[in-house]
Design a protein around this ligand. Structure first.
Ligand code: KG4
Ligand code: ZN
Length: 386
């Protein structure tokens, strides 16, 4: 089954064709990062207008790259929640129109669900090789049967593993969300931890601004941190259970920078970076990144204590591209537990993950949506969708 996935929830206009939820036939993404780097953040009106300008060429490219005509497409999946209102409207209205025009079933997908399903992409890429019969991974949590071997390319390491087994924990870390989800099976999501204020990606973006690093903050902080050392102690928030809080960490960085520069707390945050040396910027970036990663992994540890039956962990969303998070997760979390990260290029927003999520919705018996009625929900939780 070939699904066209369309994603426009924030500042990436993306479309992809994916076969059977796992095999990427094409993946076209036009990012607006260059536009928003100038402003230091996304401007919703500008984002919507940019989506409108490129959405049809992006869909055309996805079909062309996949060597597909409309006859080859079995269904359309589109992000309808959550995200920026104007951005979601462009993607959904386009998908609705195309579904009506080409008589294709239409599936509405929650953005966080798509991020999670980025971890299934790549399975089957090697279906004609011996990797298909990859050996089971030994695990104290039960033998893990090989489904189809998969290879994560593009990361510094190259490794093979199998599809994530249920029940699993999904750590979703993006610009708008930080949640721990418990998945009993495909398309069954329960939120067991969530941020009470800022998302971790948002925190990377805000700290980058304080340090004078370019938007988006995540990759800039990661790059700067490579030259720095973790020399500034930063506090961990005291939040009960599996919930997170990141606004305190951002303020802690602000105060630590002011203290380091011997400036009063009234000194405007937008001016601080003018007083920082490149070494100080790198050291603050390294200290912040290390603390943010520790906070995330501590909660995953706690979630594993509460759910010892869990058979795998998947990490998803823009921040899952972070190499420090990848390295520390593999180092600190139980060795016998398979941990999945998307290929770094699939950590951020893309159409392939939407198509994958659409496929698993169909497999789970979710009904197609009426193209004349499909609505957008800028703030709805994944549980309401589940
Ligand atoms: O998932 P995503 O592309 O969009 C949302 O759904 O929000 O996530 C974007 C977020 C941004 O906050 C960006 O700074 C962060 O992901 N990000 C990173 C990295 N790459 C992107 N954060 C840390 N390290 C990275 N390498
Ligand atoms: Zn996203």
């Amino acid at each position: 089954m070939k699904i066209l996935g369309i994603e426009t929830s924030c500042d990436e206009t993306a479309a992809a064709v994916v076969k059977d939820g796992v095999k990427i036939l094409s993946n076209a993404v036009v990012s607006q990062i260059d536009i928003f780097a100038e402003y230091g953040g996304v401007i919703p009106e500008v984002a919507a207008r940019s989506h409108l300008e490129v959405i049809l060429p992006v869909i055309d490219k996805a079909l062309f790259d996949a060597k597909c005509s409309w006859d080859d497409i079995d269904a359309i999946a589109v992000t309808h929640a959550p995200g920026l209102l104007g951005s979601l409207l462009i993607g959904t209205l386009t998908a609705r129109t195309l579904a009506i025009l080409h008589c294709k079933p239409l599936y509405a997908v929650h953005h966080l669900k798509s991020h999670v399903y980025a971890n299934w992409l790549g399975v089957g890429e090697f279906e004609n090789t011996s990797l298909r019969n990859a050996p089971s991974l030994p695990s104290s949590r039960g033998s893990i049967a090989p489904v189809v071997a998969r290879c994560h390319k593009g990361s510094s390491e190259r490794y093979f593993s199998n599809s994530p087994l249920f029940p699993l924990l999904a750590l979703v870390v993006s610009g708008g969300h930080t949640q721990i989800l418990y998945m009993r099976g495909h398309n069954r999501f329960e939120i067991i931890g969530t941020t009470r204020d800022d998302a971790v990606g948002e925190c990377f973006d805000k700290v980058a601004k304080i340090l004078g690093l370019p938007y988006p903050g995540g990759p800039s902080i990661a790059k700067a941190a490579m030259e720095g050392v973790d020399k500034y102690p930063l506090p961990h928030p005291n939040v009960a259970g599996l919930d997170f809080s990141f606004s305190g960490l951002k303020t802690a960085v602000l105060r630590a920078v002011q203290k380091e520069l011997k400036l009063p707390i009234s000194h405007p945050s937008h001016d601080l970076h003018n007083h920082l040396s490149p070494e100080q910027v790198a050291d603050f970036a390294a200290s912040f990144q290390k603390t943010a990663v520790e906070i995330l992994l501590k909660k995953i540890d706690k979630a594993l204590e509460l759910h010892p039956e869990v058979k795998s962990i998947v990490v998803a969303g823009g921040v899952s591209a972070n190499q420090e998070l990848r390295k520390e997760a593999r180092r600190k979390l139980p060795k016998e537990l398979p941990i999945y990260f998307p290929e770094p290029t699939l950590s951020g927003d893309n159409g392939a993950m939407v198509a994958a999520a659409g496929f698993f919705e169909i497999q789970s018996g979710v009904a197609q949506t009426d193209p004349y009625k499909l609505n957008i929900y800028p703030r709805v939780s994944i549980e309401k969708e589940g």
